[in-house]
Design a protein around this ligand. Structure first.
Ligand code: OXT
Ligand code: ADP
Ligand code: MG
Length: 569
């Protein structure tokens, strides 16, 4: 790519699109970029690294995008992903859409082809109208046409990604802009950092009073924590609300550990009971979407009233009536509620009943976790993993699959906030290796990824990215030979559509890609391999052989599976 004609007088010091973009990102506190390079963005990676920053180079943009989105979730700063045009952009778009769906702040920056050719559909290299394709899948889609607009575009992207409900932003940069020059001095003046990009949103006092009255008069209140509450990073305030009110709480999957799963008020192990019997439910950063049966039906049992804390006003009443909306940021709302609830009577009898049920469930589960079987199943394998992870509370757990997901969520306790990253709002397979990379990079601590063998396959080649950067990630592949189960009978003419090659050696894949690999057949071997791997800090795959008959179709969400009621051929 040649430099565009300079429009500044000779002798004036110049900058260009590449430099201004990097200046703007650095100024906004971005140090890590996740991406995949090629025409026209290759120079971004080289120049970013030359400046002493980190560019994490992936094998597929989708995984780089998942990494950026998880970086955004963990750090409360937008995660940045860079891709090439059309196909690279489209690969990254899946992750941008997923980030927006999950309320994770992320900026996808893609190079694009020249406008005058794209707009006349004259068949440019990787021609695509990326700006408009991105628009419905993110909070905002911006194109930068002039170097002097790079500063404002980055600021708008950062503010849009972070403010209100966080989400994804797309920045489209036509190739020529990267090398278009302008005066360095003018360029410098065009950059700034947004003041207070995620402003506190204080709930109205009348709304706080309304919510407090409802909670004080409840006989069986429940606090339901979602990943919006985990994202808000006001962990101590949330714990204080729970403890000061004495109300039982239950976490959505990525909110596990926001208050420890072993806290005496944790009702996760009495989930059905608390959802059904509660009379007032306080939703904190959790949507009443499919994961909560839309707030109705048999999951919810007794009629109840909802208090909902959310920063997005039109989330309120999205599924059922919300009797006390608290629109604002989690921290402001939680602290306002704490003030209004000071001295309230704790629902001790209800709390004790919940604790009793939870203790019973935990005891019942403990038996299953320690029961040996001829071939490992989900319970005894995950029981072994749980016992090891107990000693490493600050490890981030990444989790995907169906049975591998649902059982791990149930069995493995989380002790600290934001230490669990999973398939999220869409239940999407393939987040594994990208999420593991970002968690290791952003936390600087070890990561354990528990993946179904199908789930792992979606991002398996990215394992090389993990070994290349020497990231302390242990991937446990729950190898049951298939999607949900590995024992489905194949029709006569073809291998079953739900099965994988039973001879697949994930441990050997690891060795081939520069990591450590071990195959395990028993819970004891699994526990030892995991302990060794964490201690060594080396990128490792543990190929855990799971009984092919142990899983159930669709895991815990079999109720959503559609089956034909007409005779099958
Ligand atoms: O109270 P009750 O009695 O109800 O009991 C509950 C708790 O009280 C109790 N519990 C405990 N007991 C004791 N002790 C403790 N500590 C404890 N904690 C809890 O346990 C039960 C259950 O509790 P839980 O889990 O909290 O509650 P529940 O009722 O399950 O919660 C409901 C939900 C909906 C909130 C929860 O189930 C949930 O979060 N589910 C998420 C499910 C999900 O997202 N699944 C992923 C999608 S499935 C499917 O789509 C798959 N695909 C298709 C596909 C996808 N997804 N993506 C793409 C890009 N392409 C295709 C594929 C391909 S899955 C899949 C691959 C599957 O194969 P794999 O090989 O990867 O995996 P395997 O299945 O392992 O083979
Ligand atoms: P979960 O899947 O854990 O139930 P969801 O992703 O469905 O959680 O819900 C998260 C909710 O949190 C979203 O509605 C989002 O608007 C909200 N949210 C995110 N960040 C904040 C914040 N800082 N303050 C208030 N609400 C927030
Ligand atoms: Mg499987």
């Amino acid at each position: 790519m040649t430099n565009a004609t300079a429009v500044v007088p000779e002798g004036v010091e110049l900058t260009d699109g590449f430099h201004l973009l990097m200046d703007a990102l650095e100024m906004n506190g971005i140090t890590n970029i996740y991406g995949l390079l090629g025409i026209p963005v290759t120079e971004i990676g080289r120049m970013w690294q030359a400046r002493g920053n980190k560019f994490y180079s992936f094998r597929n943009e989708q995984n780089a995008g998942y990494a950026a989105s998880v970086a955004g979730y963990l750090t409360k700063k937008p995660g940045v992903c860079v891709t090439v045009s059309a196909p690279g952009f489209l690969n990254g778009l899946t992750a941008l859409a997923n980030a927006t769906t999950n309320c994770f702040p992320m900026i996808l920056i893609s190079g694009s082809s020249e406008r005058e050719i794209v707009d006349l559909q004259q068949g440019d290299y990787e021609e695509m109208d990326q700006l408009n394709i991105a628009r419905p899948h993110c909070k905002a889609s911006f194109r930068i046409n002039r170097p002097e607009d790079i500063g404002v575009a980055v600021v708008r992207a950062v503010r849009t990604a972070l403010s209100g409900r966080p989400g994804g932003v797309y920045l489209d940069i036509p190739a020529r802009l990267f090398s278009t020059v302008m005066s360095a001095e003018e360029g410098k003046k065009s950059l700034w950092v947004p003041v207070d990009p995620a402003p506190a949103q204080i709930p109205a006092p009348s709304a706080v009073q309304r919510a407090a009255e409802l909670i004080k008069n409840a006989k069986k209140p429940l606090i339901l924590l979602g990943k919006g509450a985990a994202y808000a990073q006001c962990d101590a305030d949330i714990k204080a609300l729970v403890e000061e009110t004495g109300i039982p709480f239950t976490p959505m999957s990525m909110a596990k550990g926001l208050v420890s799963d072993t806290h005496p008020q944790c009702g996760a192990a009495a989930r059905s009971m608390v959802l059904q019997e509660s009379d007032v439910v306080v939703l904190i950063g959790a949507r009443l979407n499919w994961l909560l049966s839309h707030g109705k039906g048999k999951t919810w049992g007794n009629p109840k009233k909802f208090v909902q804390i959310d920063i997005q006003a039109n989330e309120i009443d999205s599924n059922v009536q919300i009797h006390a909306p608290l629109v604002g940021d989690v921290q402001s709302c939680v602290n306002a509620l704490r003030d209004a609830l000071k001295g309230m009577n704790k629902p001790t009898e209800w709390m004790n009943a919940v604790a009793e049920r939870a203790a019973g469930s935990r005891a019942k589960l403990a038996t299953k976790l320690s029961t040996a079987t001829p071939v490992m199943n989900y319970h005894n394998s995950l029981g072994a993993i749980r016992d090891v992870l107990k000693n490493y509370p600050d490890i981030t757990l990444v989790n995907e699959g169906a049975n591998a997901l649902d059982n791990a969520r149930m069995v493995i306790d989380q002790y600290l906030p934001r230490k669990r990253v999973d398939t999220g709002t869409w239940g999407v397979m393939g987040i594994g290796m990208g999420s593991a990379a970002a968690a290791a990079v952003e936390t600087g601590k070890p990561v354990v990824a528990i993946c179904g063998d199908s789930a792992f396959g979606f991002s398996a080649m990215e394992y090389e990215t993990l070994t290349r950067y020497n990231l302390p990630v242990t991937v446990i592949v729950m190898n049951n030979g298939g999607i949900y189960r590995g024992d489905e009978a194949s029709p006569e003419h073809q291998f079953s559509c739900m099965l994988f090659n039973p001879n697949t050696r994930y441990d050997q894949l690891s060795i081939a890609l520069g990591g450590e690999g071990v195959r395990v057949n028993t819970p004891e071997e699994l526990a030892k391999a995991l302990e060794d791997s964490i201690k060594s800090g080396k990128t490792t795959i543990i190929d855990a052989i799971i009984d092919p008959a142990a899983g159930v179709e669709s895991g815990r969400i079999g109720n959503l599976n559609i089956v034909s009621t007409i005779g099958k051929k």
